[in-house]
Unconditional design. Structure first.
Length: 617
């Protein structure tokens, strides 16, 4: 078998050749090639690309084609080590310098860098800015040169970002010290304000800017009502869904409780929350990344910072506090681009829990309520409820939160796959909008619904809104139906809602078109959930059997090398192997994700496994 191996001395001059040789891929993902080409022209750059979009390749590939050392600044030690491990497994000279190393290891790696053996150096911003390290970089500049400075998690540079880190502000001093070295800033999420701040704080000069869509088409989004016995439903979902998964809960207590129940029911699961010490969290994370356990149960409020591309499902057992958090947490699924499921279990009881937590936001010195923070948190909660109760395309609602217009009909969410029959609710819409107008556009949705349904609540009586012509004209519909209508009007642009923390309903020009009978309004009321269709064929079952065998082989090899399984091959590559079943080294080399180094290193064992499977079949 070994005699069939092709020579690994492959000429690599272009980005396409490097992509195939080092990473085993035949084509770039959207936007990657343009970013790589700009980096090869030594342009500064700002890259906004969501999780799973392939940001890392945008600086890793140019590093292999440019002379000198590329420095990657990353705030997360675990991610840093994972990326270096994956690069080394592709035969690429990469290393990191961080607090986990002793003095001897640091000196040895420094010698490797100065001798030209290393192309990518990962370092934390705290170390980078020490005088000793800057003197080392002066030495690097003189001997081999610095190709690029790539700043990962660049939103940390902005105080308007969701994870501001003061040490990131000081990175601008690199531009002053090495003015001719191009800087590439990369992050997954950044508002327009944060983007501008990144460019200013890092001193980017006429940067190439790439802002990708926030849409993750491989993720299936679904919201289900949380049943009376939610754990049974959770267990059933885990047992029915293959692959690794993450379960998010609101509290540490719930995390521990769910973990213990899953373990008792034979599911390999571990907890992850701020109440565990650093050593236990790191150990649990490593076991999850290496597929020693299948499920991680984590708190919603505590970020995991994991670099595991083959998470196949994320289940929110409890309601998230805001849509941005939900986007990031659910986005930990399917980073390899393969299909993955994101399920939210929705309960009105969770709303009350979060409202209680919001009420606890007080000044630690005076114990006075932090009213501004509470107001924003309540609005964020309403946006989550809006998403959970929404009947439009999940992506339309989710991406709209980030200011991105999405036309709907994504064909990969529960609302698009099981659409409700639209009903003409023009008359009801006119009643709703008329009530907003008669209440002088000063109230939120709950108040308007209370007026429509004839409530005698004290505030309504005090405002004398029980005397309005719209008071009680909506008794024939439930509060839930009116809420669906109100949210649908907002999603369709027929009604506005303020975003200053108070969520007051406001009419707009389209609202008046509805009121003047110039525009019809159709909405869809919820269906009862139907069982998903299943397709099972002999070929599919055969491929699934081989896939599981190859996963076991991958795990065995990964354990031998003490690396995470995805470092050996991604799930997407194993899927192709199980479908195409290559039985020669040449055929195996055509699999996407099989580069020259991995072909030589792993090809024979995987081909033998496939041959044995085919003989048995």
């Amino acid at each position: 078998m070994t005699s069939q191996l092709p020579s690994v001395q492959v000429e690599v001059n272009t980005p396409e050749q490097a992509l195939k040789h080092y990473f085993g891929y035949d084509s770039f993902r959207p936007g990657q090639l343009q970013i790589v080409e700009a980096a090869l022209q030594n342009q500064d750059g700002l890259v906004i690309m969501p999780t799973g979009g392939g940001k890392s390749l945008c600086y890793q590939l140019p590093a292999l084609l440019k002379p000198g050392l590329t420095i990657v600044i990353s705030p997360l030690i675990a991610l840093m080590q994972d990326q270096v491990q994956a690069l080394q497994d592709n035969g690429i000279g990469a290393t990191f310098l961080n607090s986990t190393l002793n003095g001897l290891e640091v000196r040895q790696r420094g010698q490797q860098i100065l001798s030209g053996q290393i192309k990518l150096l990962y370092v934390a911003p705290e170390r980078l800015l020490t005088e000793q390290f800057l003197l080392f970089l002066d030495q690097v500049t003189a001997q081999i040169g610095i190709a690029t400075v790539a700043i990962d998690e660049a939103h940390c540079v902005s105080e308007w970002g969701h994870d501001f880190r003061p040490e990131y502000r000081q990175l601008r001093s690199l531009r002053q010290r090495y003015p001719d070295v191009p800087v590439l800033a990369l992050t997954a999420t950044a508002t327009a304000r944060v983007q501008q701040d990144i460019m200013e704080q890092l001193g980017l000069q006429q940067p190439f800017v790439h802002i990708a869509s926030f849409n993750r088409p491989n993720l299936h989004y679904e919201v289900r009502p949380k049943p009376k016995q939610p754990y049974r439903e959770l267990l059933r979902l885990i047992q029915q869904t293959p692959g690794s998964g993450i379960i998010y809960c609101l509290s540490r207590k719930k995390v521990d409780e769910i973990t213990q129940k899953l373990q008792a029911d034979g599911v390999e699961a571990l907890p992850y929350h701020a109440g565990l010490n650093d050593q236990v969290r790191q150990k649990n994370q490593t076991r999850f990344i290496r597929d020693d356990v299948r499920v991680m149960v984590a708190t919603i409020a505590f970020g995991m910072g994991i670099n595991k591309p083959d998470v196949r499902f994320v289940i929110h057992y409890d309601l998230p506090r805001n849509l941005e958090g939900y986007y990031q947490e659910s986005g930990r699924a399917g980073r390899d681009g393969e299909p993955a499921k994101c399920l939210l279990l929705f309960s009105y009881g969770d709303i009350r829990t979060i409202e209680f937590l919001i009420d606890q936001k007080v000044d630690p010195l005076t114990s006075e309520p932090l009213e501004a923070e509470q107001q924003i948190a309540r609005q964020q909660l309403r946006q989550v409820i809006d998403y959970a109760e929404g009947i439009e395309c999940r992506r339309t609602i989710q991406l709209g939160y980030f200011g991105e217009r999405f036309p709907g009909s994504c064909a990969n969410c529960d609302n698009c796959l099981s659409p409700r029959a639209p009903q003409d609710w023009t008359i009801e819409a006119q009643k709703f909008l008329s009530c907003v107008a008669r209440c002088q556009e000063r109230f939120g949705m709950t108040y308007i619904i209370d007026v429509l349904r004839g409530s005698k609540e004290k505030r309504i009586l005090a405002n004398r809104h029980d005397q309005l012509s719209t008071h009680g004209i909506g008794k024939d519909h439930s509060a839930e139906d009116w809420r669906i209508l109100g949210r649908s009007l907002i999603h369709q642009g027929l009604l506005d809602e303020t975003t200053d923390g108070y969520s007051v309903l406001k009419l707009n020009p389209l609202s008046w078109e509805v009121l003047r009978k110039q525009r019809l309004v159709h909405i869809a009321l919820p269906n009862r959930p139907t069982a998903a269709r299943t397709v099972s064929t002999e070929a599919k079952a055969n491929a699934e059997m081989l896939f599981e065998q190859l996963r076991k082989l991958r795990k065995q090899i990964a354990d031998e090398q003490a690396v995470p399984p995805y470092v050996v091959f991604a799930d997407s590559s194993l899927r192709l192997m199980s479908q195409l079943q290559p039985q020669t080294i040449d055929a195996f080399s055509e699999i996407s994700g099989v580069g020259s180094h991995k072909l030589a290193r792993y090809g024979p064992r995987f081909v033998e496994e496939i041959q044995a499977f085919c003989r048995a079949q």
